[in-house]
Design a protein around this ligand. Structure first.
Ligand code: NCD
Length: 320
């Protein structure tokens, strides 16, 4: 799917019309969204004070790919802001009878839905749906193919900021694993560059690194120990076997031996380094249990921050 007309996600005044990607979103806009997410405080975890903010708005989660965290947290975010929220279940819908994503979206749109939160297996699918919608219908990308996952990028930046402060220029980051297939890694790279990260190291098997032009501003570490040496933030990634050709990884045991984050390996990073993972984790493939559940892990905080970030994004694109 490619957009018939290119869709502009920023309004002329710099505010968000849609959120399709973090590529090209200015640092000021990112910071405003992160500040807004920060400001929700307890209301992001179930408070009721904000229930009128998006009253009367109709939001639909439209996921053509599996999801646990992203879909649930968008649903909760929309509900906590008082929007009417429809969780559209593709697996029991007419998609199974061959209806296209565009026809599905237009059908729900005709019922009065004015915001779609979309996940799809193809790159640029969300922009294509936005291009085919009525003017004024808003789209938020919840992950398209390998391309983008902007709210994950924002919640990752919020998690870093809450632990390490706002001066990203002082921080060293390692991004480890299957970067080639990861919309999360691509999105985090855009955000980290925009926010001025001090150093970004990437590390993974040669077949799982992206093309060189996607790695500008990064150093490719020769091995995991070199990647981890002294870093403040370790971002681990899931091995995306569903997007992979056979043979890119010799065996899961060999992968863990070379790129798995064990407690011993983590000692190479700064003492107070945080460990992140977008989930879902392949335990004992990319990360040891003792690290995933250990004192330096902020993986469940990432999940919690996801609700606040998604509230901030929905408010930015939908509030009057
Ligand atoms: C990720 C995704 O779907 O892009 N999960 C998530 O949204 N937290 C990462 C993954 O699937 O590995």
């Amino acid at each position: 799917m490619s957009p018939v007309h290119p869709v502009e996600q920023l309004r002329p005044d710099g505010r968000l019309r849609h959120l399709l990607t973090l590529k090209g979103v200015p640092a000021g806009t990112l910071t405003q969204l992160l500040d807004a997410a920060d400001a929700y405080g307890a209301d992001a975890s179930g408070g009721t004070a904000l229930r009128s903010r998006l009253a009367g708005r109709q939001v639909c989660t439209l996921f053509f790919e599996a999801s646990t965290r992203t879909r649930s947290s968008f649903y909760l975010a929309a509900t906590r802001l008082g929007a009417d929220t429809l969780n559209f279940d593709v697996s029991t819908s007419s998609t199974t009878k061959g209806e296209t994503a565009l026809d599905t979206m237009r059908t729900i749109e005709a019922m009065g839905v004015d915001c779609f939160i979309v996940r799809h297996a193809e790159n640029d699918a969300v922009a294509a749906l936005a291009a085919g919608a009525r003017p004024g219908t808003v789209f938020v990308n919840a992950g398209d193919g390998r391309a983008a996952h902007p709210t994950q990028g924002l919640l990752d930046m919020l998690t870093v900021r809450r632990h390490k402060g706002r001066e990203f220029s002082k921080l060293r980051f390692a991004i480890v694993g299957d970067i080639r297939h990861s919309r999360v890694a691509r999105t985090d790279l855009h955000a980290l560059r925009t926010l001025g990260a001090g150093e970004i190291r990437v590390c993974g098997p040669a077949g799982l690194l992206p093309d060189a032009h996607e790695l500008h501003g990064c150093t490719v570490a020769p091995d995991l120990d070199a990647a981890l040496d002294g870093v403040d933030v370790v971002m681990m990634l899931r091995l995306q076997r569903e997007r992979m050709q056979e043979g890119l990884v010799p065996s899961l045991e060999a992968y863990y031996a070379a790129y798995g984050l064990s407690p011993e390996r983590l000692r190479r990073a700064a003492k107070d380094a945080i460990v992140m993972h977008p989930g879902p984790m392949n335990r004992c493939v990319e990360i040891a249990d003792a690290v995933a559940d250990g004192a330096q892990s902020v993986i469940l905080e990432q999940v919690a921050n996801g609700v606040a970030v998604r509230m901030a994004v929905l408010e930015a694109v939908l509030a009057p």
